[in-house]
Design a protein around this ligand. Structure first.
Ligand code: COS
Length: 385
């Protein structure tokens, strides 16, 4: 398909990441899934290619390609390996972005620059055992003590948690206020005394992506590592998730395109009743439905990315992207498995891995039920579309 809306530079990004995915990522995807680990060399190669700071401005060590560039990258990586794509995503769109949004110049130079270069890996630590969808009801506390804050508590299901060098941590500084002024964001290097990694989760999908429990015991963080203003951490988390949700839409788009390509190929090759199954109208309809959804996904991902790059507010749009792209990804991967039938169910084919990997996209960075809330609140607040 002609991607006429992209600039020459953006087409080059796509070409570069596509080559990288074909050469370095896809061949390792099954192994990454089985061994539940991203090889360090792959992370190093990704960093060499500038993937870990593709959206971050050049002045902070990134490539400066913005959200459109980031979505192109996520799309292309997601053709190959969801575990690797989500490792990059958790680092960049929700690990780096909180610092880019609210960090001081000094914080950006100290923390963001090495993160954007891929020298230090980031993570975003919001979720707790009792605070998932209701992210405002955190229990991790940060108590002021002179020039420091002392942090106690724990986080669960943190993507990159066990391999990150820098974690953006959200903790309660004023329990009487909750989401409205009671939560503060902190920049936490993972070698800080009092920081430890607990359980590493075993998962249904994205098995190569690291998902960890984080524990903080009397962890002392200087005020210079408070991100943004004390009490404004919840807003920082929500603004960050606007970016994260858009990126997940791009990941869903790339994985869905891969499913369509494999399904078209299989439908042309697989013969039953003496002819390719692509001759059957029902299979043609399945392919047409997949392609129609992909076209809509592509349109909304890049329209929303353009809004983000233009500095417009895009919370409702990114919630819409997350909701529809990940729901449709679920339908598309299911259709791909149906078209491949018995073959698709076998573990030597990538379809079953894509099927397992897709499922988390409707859950993390705000369940799809939460996306309905974000969309509805915005409509009611504005009193219209
Ligand atoms: N951008 C800027 N500010 C935002 C914002 C956004 N996208 N979303 C909310 N805020 C602000 C609100 O304007 C409000 O500000 P005031 O205190 O000035 O009024 C504040 O943040 C609190 O917002 P709200 O009242 O909507 O908070 P709720 O506790 O009702 O939570 C939901 C709202 C449910 C939408 C939120 O908790 C959420 O997104 N939950 C899912 C969390 C999630 O994605 N978890 C996954 C973690 S990563 S795997």
């Amino acid at each position: 398909m002609m991607d006429f809306q992209f600039t020459e530079e953006q087409r080059m990004i796509r070409e570069m990441v596509r080559k990288f995915t074909d050469r370095d990522v896809r061949p390792l995807a099954a192994k990454i899934d089985q061994e539940k680990e991203i090889p360090k060399e792959l992370i190093a190669k990704g960093a060499e290619n500038g993937l870990f700071g593709i959206a971050i401005p050049e002045v902070y060590g990134g490539s400066g390609f913005g959200e459109i560039g980031y979505c192109i990258m996520m799309e292309e990586l997601s053709h190959g390996c969801a575990s690797f794509a989500i490792t990059v995503a958790a680092h960049q769109s929700i690990g780096c972005m909180p610092i880019l949004l609210d960090g001081t110049e000094e914080q950006k130079q100290t923390f963001l620059v090495p993160m954007a270069a891929g020298e230090k890996l980031g993570a975003f630590a919001l979720t707790e055992p009792g605070a998932g969808s209701d992210a405002g009801s955190l229990k991790t506390t940060a108590v002021a003590d002179g020039d420091d804050f002392i942090i106690n508590g724990s986080k669960i299901w943190i993507t990159n948690g066990g391999i990150a060098d820098i974690v953006i941590l959200y903790a309660v500084t004023d329990p009487s206020k909750g989401a409205h002024g009671g939560i503060t964001a902190f920049i936490v290097p993972t070698d800080t005394p009092g920081f430890s990694v607990g359980t590493i989760e075993d998962k249904m999908g994205i098995r190569g992506s690291n998902t960890a429990e984080l524990i903080f015991e009397g962890m002392r963080i200087p005020r210079s590592q408070v991100l943004g203003k004390v009490g404004e951490g919840f807003k920082n988390a929500m603004r960050t998730l606007d970016y994260g949700r858009l990126g997940l839409g791009a990941a869903a788009l790339g994985a869905s395109k891969e499913m369509l390509t494999l399904s078209i190929r299989h439908a042309g090759e697989r013969k039953q009743f003496g002819r390719p199954i692509a001759d059957q109208q029902i299979i043609q309809f399945y392919l047409a439905e997949m392609a129609a959804k992909i076209y809509a996904m592509e349109s909304m991902v890049y329209r929303t990315a353009a809004m983000a790059d233009a500095g417009e507010k895009f919370s409702r749009e990114s919630a819409t992207v997350k909701l529809l792209c990940t729901d449709w990804q679920g339908e598309i991967v299911d259709r791909a498995l149906q078209i491949h039938a018995g073959m698709g169910y076998m573990t030597h084919m990538p379809i079953e891995r894509f099927y397992r990997d897709a499922r988390i996209n409707r859950i993390f960075e705000g369940t799809n039920e939460i996306q309905h809330i974000v969309i509805a609140r915005d409509l009611l607040k504005k009193g219209g579309y």
